[in-house]
Design a protein around this ligand. Structure first.
Ligand code: HH2
Length: 281
């Protein structure tokens, strides 16, 4: 059981987290004004498709993305969080800024999904003072430059040691283990080979950290590299395949754009894992 703000999550079967971005359309002025209704419509769709958590982000952390100020990030996510109170599933906030976390906690969130694993000043103390879940992600470098030349001596050992250390720091700060998730951070300063090594090593990473895993590979560049598909939204087959492989290796929360297809795939996995009623195992 994971303690996740207003919710307790049963992670004995994998859960689907739907990605809800509220980043305005850069190429049209109109985008700024209809960003909220568009995000709300998208949230409704994700929920109808069976999203079991919503991950709301106001800063793009994609490679080469432009930086956004904390104020801009707050302006983007707060109205959406207000409107999604009572939507029935845990609300996760994808941010690396303490100021944004603080503002969102006042409105109501259940999980902080931090791609910098609480490295911003004051983040540990803020999390210790609340009961939300916390996802600690590994990354090498920053979005502006992280994909230029990522290097590791042993990617699994280094990412594993980092996540273990961040978990220990949380525990030392008074954040209970039952509130934590860790994430190897696919695509965050990693080559395709690094990403595949990490995917293979998920059971080892989970064992080392001692907390459940969240993974996010949906539509990412690594899948473009494997398939040759240039358009992210056209990487559905590959996205579902890696979601399934991650779940088979123990991932507890899978962060995806395509909720319906991922849930169906995971339902097959769960059905297969249940004991057969008519045959000896
Ligand atoms: N990836 C992205 C953003 N947040 N959080 C966690 N915990 N793990 C991830 O792998 C992760 C994340 C970037 O994902 P992408 O889908 O490329 O961009 P966006 O989420 O902005 O659509």
């Amino acid at each position: 059981m994971m303690l996740c703000g207003r919710y307790t999550l049963d992670l004995t079967r994998p859960r689907v987290m739907g990605i809800l971005n509220v980043t305005p359309d850069s190429f049209s002025d109109g985008g700024r004004f209809d960003a909220l209704p568009r995000a709300l419509a998208h949230a409704e769709q994700l929920l109808a498709e069976g999203a079991e958590l919503l991950d709301i982000g106001g800063e793009s952390t994609r490679p080469y993305a432009d930086p956004v100020s904390p104020e801009q990030e707050i302006d983007r996510v707060l109205p959406l969080l207000e409107r999604l109170q009572g939507c029935g599933v845990p609300l996760s906030l994808d941010t690396r800024r303490t100021a944004v976390m603080r503002a969102a906690l006042d409105v109501g969130i259940d999980l902080v999904n931090d791609v910098s694993a609480l490295e911003d000043e004051g983040a540990f103390a803020l999390m210790a003072a609340h009961d939300v879940g916390v996802c600690l992600m590994h990354k090498q470098g920053n979005p502006g430059s992280m994909q230029q030349d990522p290097r590791y001596r042993d990617v699994v050992a280094e990412v594993g040691a980092y996540l273990q250390r961040r978990v220990e720091l949380c525990l030392a700060a008074g954040i209970r283990r039952e509130r934590l998730l860790v994430d190897p951070g696919f695509g965050f300063g990693k080559t395709l080979e690094h990403n595949l090594d990490l995917l293979r090593a998920l059971p080892e990473l989970e064992g080392q950290a001692g907390v459940p895993l969240l993974v996010g590979m949906s539509r990412k560049t690594m899948l473009g590299a494997i398939t040759g598909e240039q358009i992210p939204a056209e990487r559905l087959g590959a996205s579902v395949a890696v979601a399934l492989e991650a779940a088979r290796r123990g991932a507890a929360v899978i962060r995806v754009h395509d909720v319906k297809a991922t849930r169906q795939a995971l339902q097959v996995l769960v059905a297969l894992d249940q004991n057969s009623s008519s045959r000896e195992n």
